[in-house]
Design a protein around this ligand. Structure first.
Ligand code: NDP
Ligand code: 8X3
Length: 252
């Protein structure tokens, strides 16, 4: 069966790597994000291998999400059978009493409400397809709280709950739901979390070898390429030097 995937947050990190491995395996793509130039560059690169279209929207903007999905041609609408809800970020790493309310908004609006908007907009298309699969990017941060993680943790605990709830509600519709829960992955994630401060961002991975975006993209591809009767419910994936959200082994 020919697969077609819509991937949110394909301009960077895990989403971009997932687009690349999907294209390598013949999966047509709808790639989305806010940075148009990056979307167009990825489209040019991957169009050598598969059909690729782009949608440019902010997942926090409910109307924009629905308008973007609606703007797809019928050709795309009938064939999308995989949704990868990857767009999201942490904003800040501060104790609750010191943290910025705008950062709280960005994480709840992007990581939680954005995922809900995209899912509700795409689901009618998935339901018309006999082989549908939703992959949500949770995190170890959605399993274990850590100091100053507060609202990022809350947003990923929400993704965990939403993934479990989707699996229950969609089981009668034949839609698979997978939650991928990475530990430390070296992408632009820390640069965004620390608002462009490269030194602090790089320090996140000091003394250990983090996962790469490709490592997680491979896990996502593993989940979607199982036989039809196999549903990977969730996968918690750490680098070798990480044992929990708070426990890492770092060389001096
Ligand atoms: P990156 O910062 O490299 O990528 C984030 C992607 O999300 C970008 O493509 C960005 O695109 C998109 N995005 C963010 N906010 C919005 C928005 N409001 N509207 C539309 N797109 C948005 O980080 P990662 O690749 O690491 O993160 C991807 C996912 O993986 C996130 O959900 C993150 O929480 C999760 N994760 C990451 C881990 C890590 O250690 N890196 C570990 C566990 C989970 P653009 O800016 O162009 O819109
Ligand atoms: C990203 C992993 O540990 O930085 O979700 O929260 S962590």
């Amino acid at each position: 069966m020919k697969n077609t995937a819509l991937i949110t947050g394909a301009t960077s990190g895990i989403g971009q790597a997932t687009a690349r491995i999907f294209a390598k395996n013949g999966i047509d793509l709808v790639i989305t994000g806010r940075r148009t130039e990056r979307l167009e560059a990825l489209q040019a690169e991957l169009s050598q291998k598969v059909k690729v279209t782009t949608l440019n929207f902010d997942v926090r903007d409910r109307q924009a999400v629905f308008a973007a999905i609606d703007s797809l041609s019928d050709e795309w609408k009938v064939k999308i059978n995989i949704l990868v809800n990857n767009a999201g970020n942490a904003h800040g790493l501060a104790k609750f009493q010191d943290a910025d309310l705008d950062d709280f908004d960005a994480m709840i609006d992007g990581n939680v409400k954005g995922l809900l908007y995209v899912s509700k907009a795409v689901l009618p298309l998935l339901l018309k397809n006999g082989h549908a699969h939703i992959v949500n990017l949770g995190s170890v941060a959605g399993k274990q709280v850590y100091p100053a993680g507060n609202v990022y943790n809350a947003s990923k605990f929400a993704v965990d709950a939403i993934s479990q709830a989707m699996r229950i509600d969609l089981v009668d519709e034949g839609v698979k739901v997978t939650e991928i829960e990475p530990g430390l992955v070296n992408t632009e994630f820390s640069l965004v979390r620390f608002k462009g401060d490269e030194k602090t961002a790089d320090g996140t991975y000091d003394g250990l070898e983090p996962l790469t975006a490709e490592d997680i993209a491979n896990t996502i591809y593993y989940a979607i390429s199982q036989p039809e009767h196999v549903q990977i419910a969730e996968l918690l994936v750490f680098p070798k030097a990480q044992a929990s959200a708070r426990d890492t082994h770092r060389e001096e």
